[in-house]
Design a protein around this ligand. Structure first.
Ligand SMILES: CSCCC(=O)C(=O)COP(=O)(O)O
Ligand SMILES: [Mg+2]
Length: 237
């Protein structure tokens, strides 16, 4: 693996992480996660008949037999566990926050202009996050700069597998038919980039000053999506 981008490579698809890549870690950890934690007891009690809640509770019972669902969810939230039923229920909790206007997602300032430019130039854009597909559509549908969800062609979540496993990226490639050598994965987390690189994708680490991201040494690094444009010869300002 090399930390030098191959600028001559014709990238046609950009797959993006969310937290720490397009949206500050602080928004997820200091706004979204506490909002979901506070909403969880009422969500379980008042919407127990909702098929999505029932399915998540059934998944919890299978993963943690005999543990009360709320206790298990609190433990997972304490651990920041990336696990399907927690992510599904967090997404349901956030839906109400976005609907009421209590939640609005702050994109890093460079994100929307770059995504619009890339998209206008014909690049395919997709999201891969541990947050549920519904939560991904919500966060991009309710940014402080308006609805940006339409910029993306695909949304991939834990259904495909965890972000630190190379097989997850292989599964996305198998499902979409994308060419790995023309696909660029952007994330702030080196373990995720390592997994994507193992599957043959190009990688670039977003090292966000606001998040205090620690730069690795094994992937090209960029402070903004404009830097990504320069490193990978994507349409730039
Ligand atoms: C859909 S925004 C919330 C993201 C989330 O729940 C999370 O755990 C962060 O995951 P990511 O894979 O984007 O780092
Ligand atoms: Mg991230």
């Amino acid at each position: 693996m090399t930390a030098t981008a191959r600028a001559s490579t014709a990238i046609d698809t950009v797959l993006l992480d969310i937290e720490g890549t397009t949206i500050p870690v602080s928004f997820v950890h200091e706004t979204l996660f506490p909002y979901a934690r506070a909403a969880m007891p009422a969500l379980l009690a008042q919407r127990a008949g909702d098929p999505a809640v029932r399915a998540a509770v059934a998944d919890i019972a299978e993963l943690a037999p005999g543990v009360p669902p709320l206790a298990q969810l609190n433990e997972w939230m304490d651990q920041d566990a990336k696990i399907g039923p927690l992510k599904a229920l967090q997404g349901l909790a956030w839906a109400e926050g976005y609907r009421s206007g209590a939640l609005q997602a702050p994109l890093f300032a460079d994100v929307l202009p770059a995504l619009r430019r890339w998209r206008a130039a014909g690049l395919r854009l997709a999201v891969y996050s541990s947050g549920s597909e519904a939560a991904q559509r919500l966060i991009y549908g309710h940014t402080t700069e308006g609805d940006a969800a339409g910029l993306f062609d695909g949304f991939y979540d834990l259904r495909i597998g965890g972000k630190r496993a190379a097989d997850s990226y292989r599964a996305i490639l198998a499902e979409t038919g994308w060419t790995p050598g023309r696909t660029l994965f952007l994330s702030d987390i080196v373990a995720e980039l390592d997994a994507a690189a193992q599957a043959g994708l190009h990688t670039c680490q977003l090292v966000r000053a606001e998040d205090g991201t620690i730069a690795g040494t094994t992937h090209p690094a960029a402070a903004t999506l404009d830097d990504v444009s320069r490193l990978f010869a994507l349409p730039a300002v």
